[in-house]
Design a protein around this ligand. Structure first.
Ligand code: GLP
Length: 260
């Protein structure tokens, strides 16, 4: 597992954007899994800048979002649909018919999940999955004790996740939906490449467990140790509990790279 530690949040966001941009340039019809959450605000801003100033072309790209809250209409300001269009899709030249986000209003969430999983397969699988991480090590909305063999399905949010995400619902945890549709651990692990971003000391324990801990379903992100091409991009605060690696090097420009 490769770990890039950036001196600041902005540098972390730029490093992640460089990887996404390289993927788009190398394979203009590439397929992404995309995350939401506060950590990736800077990544989307930098990608929009690259599109405007450097002509980064998203016209052939397809995207599958990791998850969506069940019951929130797409125009609800706290829905992940709303987030994605406001923060990214409306500002780049991505084709609307290549954007997929789980339909949270589906009458049959199980059926919607199966169709979503099939759509990923039919598209040829995910080239690059970009992930955030929950304080409890969740990836997507795969909470502790999710089976590693899980695929896209309806899930219940952990209490800790509801509390952490209340800030996107005006601070009111009662307004946070209790269920979501999420890609599974296996769906994510099947991606050819994975990049995970984390920022802030509240993520440092989960990051320590992701890198150094045993691979266990009590910390879902620990499964990433088993992926052949996984990079964590962290700010200093999120990396503060990591042991230094023997083969670390400093390529400059405010980052340090380590391999575990
Ligand atoms: C939500 C999302 C996750 C995301 C996590 C981290 O729970 N479902 O995909 O990784 O939040 O969010 P933040 O970056 O706001 O800490």
């Amino acid at each position: 597992m490769k770990v890039i530690v950036a001196d600041e949040y902005e540098i972390m966001s730029r490093e992640a954007a460089k990887i996404v941009a390289a993927e788009v340039r190398n394979k203009p019809d590439c397929i992404f899994a995309l995350p939401t959450g506060g950590t990736v605000f800077g990544l989307y801003e930098e990608l929009i800048r690259m599109h405007r100033e450097e002509g980064l072309d998203f016209s052939g790209v397809s995207t599958f979002n990791l998850d969506e809250y069940i019951g929130l209409p797409p125009d609800h300001p706290s829905s992940y649909h709303y987030y994605m269009y406001e923060r990214f899709f409306n500002h780049v030249n991505i084709s609307r018919d290549r954007i997929r986000i789980p339909n949270a209003l589906a009458e049959d969430p199980e059926g919607e999940s199966v169709a979503y999983e099939w759509a990923i397969k039919r598209a040829g699988g995910i080239d690059l999955a970009v992930l955030g991480i929950g304080r409890n090590g969740h990836i997507g909305f795969n909470e502790p004790r999710t089976e590693f063999g899980s695929v896209t399905r309806p899930i219940y949010l952990a209490k800790r996740t509801i509390e952490a995400n209340a800030r996107f619902f005006g601070g009111d945890s009662d307004s946070v939906p209790r269920q979501a549709i999420s890609m599974g651990i296996r769906t994510i692990m099947n991606s050819r490449r994975i990049v995970l971003l984390a920022s802030g000391t509240e993520k440092s324990r989960a990051i320590n467990q992701t890198v150094h801990g045993p691979v266990t379903d009590t910390v879902p992100s620990s499964v990433l140790q088993l992926h052949p091409d996984c990079t964590l991009i962290l700010d200093k605060e999120a990396a503060c509990e990591l042991e230094p690696s023997a083969n670390g090097f400093v390529p400059g420009s405010g980052t340090k790279t380590m391999v575990y």
